[in-house]
Design a protein around this ligand. Structure first.
Ligand SMILES: NC(=O)c1ccc[n+]([C@@H]2O[C@H](COP(=O)([O-])OP(=O)(O)OC[C@H]3O[C@@H](n4cnc5c(N)ncnc54)[C@H](OP(=O)(O)O)[C@@H]3O)[C@@H](O)[C@H]2O)c1
Length: 292
């Protein structure tokens, strides 16, 4: 049963993530209205206590706090454009994955108090201690609605710029995919030689976990723009060794394409006279964008 002393909340989107958000709100006692393009997908949530709206406008009018969690920004604007009048004066929390530019554009598109969010969890993690969510945009919207937002997991407010939650989100996803890039290559390499992936996986986890400590030194070097601080593995040595990753892949007959892009960047730093410095200096080349 919803706790009627708690503020009503609307969730637009009953996909895997939207449904997890609705379930977390219901479990915490919030009267929750849900809308989904395909109405059947929201039916299980109604059975669990949610109220289903038949139109977007009806859903938006049901609660001051409107959370939207759809596939992408195109779907978000398609949906919200149908309820512009109903949105006026509401608090809009957008938990749809997108870029910083998309978030900034959306923040000014409607007459709302806008908060953007980046969910750092998969649906089963929602409302567990492992989940956290970045928020940025309206500070007052965040402060007022923090108790509701904390239902999903720890909330981390990263600034008034509505694009900053997306930047943090994409930053962490970049780190995650970088890890998977290395992991996929490593698993292709060893399994091509008949070593079972399950035998190798514990070693992969152990080594990659031990290397995460290196991120702190890299961060210090980047902030100080001094890549000679506490160098233990200079980039000239690393660049010479990196060549062997490609050679080893070729010997095994697997594609080096996932790992290949880093090699020329390391070699460029060495050629530019930074061979005694650390790997972190590669960010200087990345920041030049296409001007390298
Ligand atoms: N699942 C995860 O692990 C995870 C983790 C973090 C963040 N996210 C983010 O959460 C958001 C939702 O992900 P999800 O896992 O819920 O995806 P999903 O299960 O594929 O659900 C997609 C949702 O978007 C709706 N949708 C798609 N196109 C639409 C359109 N043109 N108009 C109206 N509605 C449309 C779908 O409605 P229908 O049911 O009608 O198709 C559904 O509600 C994404 O931005 C995703 O990146 C997901």
């Amino acid at each position: 049963m919803p706790d009627l002393s708690k503020p009503a909340v609307t969730v637009l989107g009953a996909g895997d993530m939207g449904s997890a958000l609705v379930r977390a709100l219901l479990a915490a006692g919030y009267p929750t209205t849900v809308w989904n393009r395909t109405p059947e997908r929201a039916k299980p949530l109604v059975a669990e206590g949610a109220t289903q709206a038949t139109t977007v406008a009806e859903a938006v009018e049901a609660s001051r706090l409107v959370i939207v969690c759809l596939l992408d920004y195109k779907s978000v604007t398609e949906v919200l454009d149908t309820a512009r009048d109903a949105l006026a004066g509401q608090v809009l929390v957008n938990l749809t994955n997108g870029t910083q530019g998309q978030a900034r554009e959306l923040a000014g598109r409607y007459d709302v108090d806008y908060l953007d969010g980046g969910i750092m969890a998969v649906p089963p993690m929602i409302a567990s201690p492992a989940a956290f969510v970045f928020y940025s945009g309206s500070r007052s919207a965040y402060d007022t609605n923090k108790p509701v937002l904390e239902v999903f997991g720890e909330s981390i407010y990263v600034g008034t710029d509505p694009g900053f939650a997306a930047l943090h989100d994409i930053g962490l996803l970049s780190g995650m995919y970088g890890m998977f890039v290395g992991g996929l290559h490593a698993l292709a390499l060893v399994t091509s030689a008949g070593i079972p992936a399950t035998k190798f996986a514990p070693l992969l986890k152990r080594y990659v976990s031990s290397m995460t400590g290196y991120v702190d030194r890299m961060a210090e070097q980047i902030d100080k723009q001094d890549y000679a601080i506490d160098v233990t593995s200079n980039i000239a040595m690393q660049s010479a060794g990196y060549v062997n990753l490609t050679l080893s892949a070729e010997e095994q007959g697997i594609s080096p394409e996932l790992l290949a892009p880093l090699g020329p960047l390391m070699a460029q730093r060495v050629a530019d006279g930074h061979g005694h410095e650390d790997l972190g200096g590669v960010v200087e080349l990345l920041k030049k964008g296409n001007k390298k």
